[in-house]
Design a protein around this ligand. Structure first.
Ligand SMILES: CC(C)(COP(=O)(O)OP(=O)(O)OC[C@H]1O[C@@H](n2cnc3c(N)ncnc32)[C@H](O)[C@@H]1OP(=O)(O)O)[C@@H](O)C(=O)NCCC(=O)NCCS
Length: 244
């Protein structure tokens, strides 16, 4: 393998989180910024209100403030945390009320030069309407800022309890479908019950990541899987970048 793409020397691979502090001139009340230690309680509370389905799953740490202290890069300690911490949290703040109205969590794997957009939630009081529109258009900028992080492969998984994030990543951010994963993650169903939810996975290359990726011509695929790939390529040609 590796005949259909460029090869490179294995070097010290590293993703460095970008520090975000951005106020939208069109919506001066809305500030998108990197989490600080003072925000931990409010952010964990936002996840408990907006994404309780992760309770009992591999992702439940986002509900618990103590976990943030070990995993997340904080603005106060940026020089070190931006390199060493596996998770970045970008929050949206309503400047007038000082309330955190949106949170998004990213995960990096340095050796794979990969960033996963792991979670996003808007507080139920701020969904739909103008603030939600501003949140989405500002968040699109994050992927521009990631271009300077060293990442070359960005991924996201979208839950299937609505299709709004599938639409954003496929039609507005231009990401490609990687696959449908039925039963991928356990999710809370209320009380002490759970189910296994289906997630849709998307990807996008940054910084020439595609140059180092093997191509169809050297993949050994079962005929049925080749058929599937052809269909995916046809569908992926319909992905658009309305927000970029
Ligand atoms: C995804 C989200 C950021 C979109 O915000 P928005 O653009 O303002 O849109 P809405 O909140 O109105 O959501 C759109 C639809 O999804 C539904 N929805 C949202 N979260 C849901 C959930 N956890 N379970 C079931 N349905 C949900 C809403 O009820 C709404 O349906 P409706 O149009 O029939 O009323 C926001 O719904 C949210 O924070 N949801 C919870 C967390 C989440 O789902 N994150 C994304 C996972 S991939």
């Amino acid at each position: 393998m590796g005949k259909s793409c460029e090869l490179r020397k294995i070097s010290d691979k590293r993703v460095v989180w970008p520090l975000i502090d951005h106020t939208d001139p069109k919506q001066p009340n809305f500030r998108l910024r990197t989490i600080t230690q003072k925000d931990i309680e409010a952010v964990a509370e936002l996840w408990r209100a907006s994404y309780p389905e992760v309770y009992g799953s591999v992702h439940e740490w986002i509900l618990y403030p103590d976990e943030y202290k070990k995993r997340v890069a904080f603005a106060e300690n940026w020089e070190e945390d931006s390199v060493t911490r596996p998770n970045a949290v970008i929050v949206g703040e309503d400047i007038t009320s000082k309330k955190i109205v949106m949170s998004s969590i990213y995960t990096k794997w340095d050796q794979n030069l990969q960033v996963e957009a792991s979670f996003i939630a808007i507080h139920p009081d701020y969904r739909k309407g103008s603030i939600a529109a501003i949140i989405w258009s500002n968040l699109a900028l994050f992927y521009k800022w990631l271009e300077n992080s060293g990442a070359e492969y960005v991924t996201v998984f979208c839950e299937t309890w609505h299709n709004i994030t599938q639409y954003i990543w496929f039609k507005r951010l231009g990401w490609k479908i990687a696959g449908i994963f039925p039963g991928n993650f356990t999710r809370w169903a209320g009380c002490e019950k759970e189910y296994r939810g289906c997630t849709i996975h998307f990807y996008r290359f940054l910084n020439n990541g595609d140059k180092y990726s093997t191509k169809l011509e050297e993949w050994d695929l079962l005929p049925e899987i080749r058929d599937l790939f052809d269909v995916m390529e046809k569908i992926n040609a319909q992905s658009t970048e309305e927000d970029l």
